[in-house]
Design a protein around this ligand. Structure first.
Ligand code: ATP
Ligand code: MG
Length: 429
């Protein structure tokens, strides 16, 4: 295990908990990632101290959450989450879990879900064996109640308990399973794929905002392409994104595949990725179908928004896309028509638009699947590199020849004015 990858703050907090007579262990994803030879991205700590006891122990700490109380402890620039051992909410009282198993807090509030438990109960409520490992930094050893060390060694993803029962308790675990497969390259425990096949419809009962969060975890952490392939292989993609599929159950695989490769590439290079782009890609086909319908009787710009709204309304029944994300995706779509039209008067403005970069990337994808001419995408690619004079010349060259020669002087002056008004940054992007 690469101890250098451990967060100094997490080690110190676990150590101080132990000095005060409590348990203090690193737990969950960070221990799993370390055992599998990957650098963890965040560190969680678990303890038998109550949230109030933890808060009293660390000066810069505060209790967060109502349903599940956690303590955020700040050390230097790091914030580490400290959670008290929990039991499954229903099992706690029956099995006599410790702490406030009566589920009534000191102030009389009913906090039913905050059923504290023993470390064994805490280990049993976790999803996969490799996620149920506790690292003791003082003794430099791993506590394992579910066989996770062996499974990490064999690189097997195994459910704690009976997969169908655990997926029924929380269907999001199916998405977590696919995500860990995609990210960590694990083998399946034999029973998992059939259990997913049986339980996949249960995803429809998960609150749509939670599925949005899980979607981003799958697509924005560098394993988007593999996550999509896993979703497709297990029949979950159509449950998550119903509008993306046509009546025959087909999605635009080529477009989606290229977009997700692109997303993974950006993450690898530390470039920002936005949810709007992902949904613009996933929902482009249904948007176009809807637009063809809405276009009858509505002016184009209105039809674009009407069609976009309809597609996102339908998508949000499953994965709730926040309004600002939907609006940004619709802007990317709307710009496609303007980029295709290349009206001379609109070029400088388009280059300066907030969504230009995303819309241009989207246009590139469309060119690569043959939906628009490669020359069009090249034109937009090159004009971003041109200096002011060359930009003006190329815009001028877009005008029909007759209009150009008839009023070239006037156009020149207007073009000059436009160029000055267009933000320089936009022209040089
Ligand atoms: P990541 O690398 O994505 O952060 P993670 O395993 O740390 O992976 P978190 O969502 O941070 O995932 O959860 C931390 C730990 O909490 C998990 O390792 C697991 O033990 C437990 N856990 C999280 N979600 C669930 C769930 N839905 N059911 C059971 N246990 C869960
Ligand atoms: Mg984590």
């Amino acid at each position: 295990m690469e101890r250098d990858w451990l967060s100094a703050a997490a080690l110190q907090i676990a150590g101080e908990l132990q000095d005060a007579g409590y348990d203090g262990y690193l737990v969950g994803g960070c221990v799993r990632d370390l055992l599998l030879g990957r650098r963890p991205k965040d560190f969680d700590i678990t303890t038998d101290a109550s949230p109030e006891e933890v808060r009293r122990l660390f000066r810069r700490s505060r209790i967060i959450g109502r349903r599940f109380q956690l303590v955020h402890v700040r050390l230097g620039r790091e914030v580490i989450e400290v959670a008290t051992y929990r039991a499954k909410p229903d099992g706690a009282r029956a099995r006599g879990g410790r702490g406030n198993s009566a589920a009534i807090a000191a102030d009389g509030r009913v906090i039913d879900d905050n059923a504290f438990g023993t470390i064994e109960q805490d280990a049993a409520r976790r999803d996969f064996t490799i996620n149920s490992l506790y690292y003791d930094p003082r003794r430099d050893c791993v506590l394992d109640f579910a066989g996770g060390v062996r499974d990490a060694r064999k690189r097997v993803l195994r459910m704690i308990g009976e997969p169908r029962a655990r997926f029924t308790e929380d269907p999001v675990r199916m998405l977590r399973a696919l995500r860990f497969r995609a990210k960590l390259d694990l083998e399946w425990e034999r029973g998992l794929p059939p259990a997913i096949a049986e339980c996949r419809e249960l995803l429809a009962s998960v609150p749509p905002p939670r599925l949005f969060d899980e979607t981003l975890k799958m697509f924005h952490h560098g394993h988007a392409r593999k996550s999509w392939e896993e979703l497709r292989a297990h029949g979950l993609a159509a449950t998550l994104f119903p509008p993306a599929f046509d009546a025959d159950g087909n999605a635009p695989e080529k477009l989606i595949g290229m977009a997700l490769d692109n997303t993974d590439e950006r993450v690898r290079h530390g470039k920002p990725v936005i949810a709007a782009f992902l949904f613009a890609v996933l929902l482009w086909m249904p948007f176009k179908r809807e637009l063809a319908r809405a276009a009858r009787g509505l002016p184009h710009a209105e039809a674009v928004w009407a069609a976009g709204d309809a597609v996102f309304a339908s998508q949000s029944l499953r994965v709730a896309v926040p309004r600002r994300v939907a609006v940004a995706a619709m802007e990317i779509w709307q710009m496609q028509f303007a980029l295709e039209a290349r009206k001379p008067r609109a070029v400088a403005r388009l280059l300066g638009e907030r969504r230009f970069r995303a819309a241009f990337d989207f246009l590139l994808l469309r060119a690569r699947i043959g939906e628009v001419e490669a020359a069009l995408a090249e034109w937009w690619e090159e004009i971003q590199e041109c200096g002011e004079d060359e930009t003006r010349r190329r815009i001028e060259a877009l005008r029909p020849r007759r209009a150009r020669s008839a009023s070239s002087g006037g156009n020149e002056r207007r073009a000059g004015r436009r160029a000055r008004h267009a933000p320089a940054a936009a022209l040089n992007k």
